[in-house]
Design a protein around this ligand. Structure first.
Ligand code: ACM
Length: 528
């Protein structure tokens, strides 16, 4: 028996180790190494006869162009087959065998994921002279979660098209497929709305560190360009128009819709007691829908309590309370959210909200919740009990504006707790019970990056990498496959890609390699 086991180990171990040598992040569910490798000319161009997927092959060629930008090398075909019997959305089989590269997948998400795996294999392939040696493999793979998201706050600081594209490229490389774009908040309104030009020309002035900086925002053409760029990379963009709180920039532009002021939170809310507020927002959402052809709109709903005292002296809110028999301002808040959720659904879109909305009693059908308050686990269980679809993005460990090492000086903490890449990698099983993370309505995970302390691209890089790689495995990889040592080995190789791409990453293996960029120190998180 023992002998048989030893023989088994001797036979399987080298294959297993070698398989993990493939520097793939997220690591696939099943990798079978085959005997014969496939040598390819370094400057080959890939193509497919399945024209529907030209965009995915174009992406592959573009990402590999660094190998030889201008060469028009030999052509290498990729056989692409859509086969709807082949598993869940995003699943794929990639085979490199007998000189043939083939991808089979049930849908275009799966085809793209197969292409990304091929890209990573090409990037890490050994070279021999003018050839790269692709390993012979059969990779059968599927995601653990359908929603693998990342949120960027561009209200507090605006980064612009090129930076957003760079993030989208990083996301695509890690098979992350949802970009939640926080476009409006107290410090700036970043989305051009043609019917209300002051939203950007006035509301786009300022940021968290300089209230007088010139207006910065995206035109509708910019948005369309970015939406298309994302789509080519299997990423859907979910725009967030935060309301009724965090609305200061909009109220600055159009004070008539303000719900009033309370110390420290000037014009923080929209006025829920005025009919015209609803038509104003409805007009905005129609334009949002026009430029974001996806079918999801995030309406915020978070932290309204910060400004709700402003409603106490507001005659419109008083009138609403009297007419509806409300006894608590929370009822006015939830009345507002219900009205807006209804508008979004009439636009044929799914509504997304932060987890405060669970208490609002929205219809659960076509409403998704971002659970972010890790100190309020009952909100998560209530959301699931009520039948909402839920995305897990708790501050610990999924807020990337938190520091990632105890010695870091800029960024948030929760008491002494912070968000190391290892904690991200092991999420959600390191934080939640299996009845939660395996619940059918938990559709995925997401990291959020708030930018109060992030002014420079350097700091943005530092907070994102390598946590984005860890996020990829959090969303993709089954628990049984997770292994710190093996992940670290692969991550070390990926740091080389960051160097080539000029990314200012945090190196957890050599923390001094890049100094922590400090744009702005922040106070420790205060529990609300
Ligand atoms: C949030 O962090 N206010 C969603």
């Amino acid at each position: 028996m023992k002998r048989a086991f030893l023989i088994f180990l001797v036979i399987t171990l080298p294959v297993f180790l070698y398989a993990q040598d493939l520097n793939l992040i997220p690591y696939p569910q099943q990798v079978k190494l085959l005997k014969y490798n496939l040598p390819l000319a370094k400057h080959c161009r890939f193509y497919t006869n399945n024209n529907r997927f030209n965009y995915a092959v174009d992406y592959l060629n573009e990402e590999l162009a660094f190998q030889d930008k201008h060469a028009k090398g030999p052509l290498q075909k990729i056989l692409i087959n859509r086969d709807t019997t082949r598993g869940i959305s995003g699943a794929y089989t990639l085979s490199i065998s007998g000189g043939v590269i083939s991808i089979q997948a049930p849908d275009s998400a799966g085809v793209f994921n197969g292409i990304v795996t091929l890209l990573q294999l090409c990037r890490s392939a050994k070279t021999e002279g003018a050839k790269i040696i692709l390993p012979g493999v059969t990779i059968t793979d599927q995601p653990r979660y359908q929603w693998r998201g990342f949120m960027l706050d561009e209200s507090r600081h605006f980064f612009g098209k090129e930076v957003v594209k760079k993030i989208l490229k990083g996301m695509a490389f890690y098979k992350l497929n949802r970009f939640h774009w926080h476009l409006t908040d107290a410090q700036g309104w970043r989305l051009d709305v043609k019917k209300y030009p002051l939203l950007t020309t006035t509301g786009g002035i300022g940021n968290f560190t300089d209230s007088l900086v010139s207006a910065k925002y995206y035109t509708q053409d910019d948005i369309k360009e970015i939406v298309n760029f994302a789509k080519q990379r299997n990423i859907e963009i979910v725009p967030e128009i935060d309301m009724p709180g965090h609305a200061t920039a909009a109220n600055h532009a159009y004070p008539i819709y303000s719900g009033g002021t309370t110390p420290g939170f000037e014009n923080f809310t929209f006025n829920p007691g005025k009919e015209i507020t609803y038509s104003f927002i409805s007009d905005i959402l129609k334009e949002v829908k026009g430029v974001f052809p996806g079918n999801m709109i995030h309406i915020g709903g978070d932290e309204v309590t910060l400004g709700i005292k402003g409603w106490e002296n507001n005659p419109d809110v008083k009138k609403l309370m009297n007419e509806r028999g409300f006894t608590d301002y929370k009822q006015a808040e939830f009345y507002f959210l219900k009205g807006i959720a209804d508008t979004v659904q009439k636009l044929n879109c799914t509504v997304m909200c932060w987890d405060e909305a669970v208490a609002a009693g929205l219809p659960t059908n076509r409403v998704m919740i971002n659970w972010w308050r890790q100190d309020k686990p009952t909100v998560l269980t209530e959301a699931l009990r009520d039948g909402y679809k839920v995305i897990l993005c708790p501050r610990l460990p999924m807020y990337f504006d938190f520091v990632q090492d105890s010695t870091h000086r800029s960024g948030r903490k929760w008491g002494k707790l912070y968000n190391s890449y290892t904690n991200v990698y092991h999420f959600p099983e390191n934080s939640l019970s299996d009845t939660i993370y395996s619940h059918g309505n938990v559709i995925g995970v997401q990291a959020n990056l708030w930018t109060e302390t992030v002014v420079s691209e350097k700091r943005l890089d530092y907070l994102l990498f390598p946590r984005l790689a860890a996020l990829a495995e959090s969303g993709w990889t089954n628990i049984s496959m997770k292994d710190d040592r093996l992940f670290n080995e692969r991550l070390r190789m990926h740091l080389n890609y960051y160097i080539k791409a000029g990314i200012y990453y945090y190196d957890p293996f050599n923390p001094g390699y890049h100094k922590e960029p400090v744009d702005k120190k922040s106070k420790q998180e205060i529990q609300d």
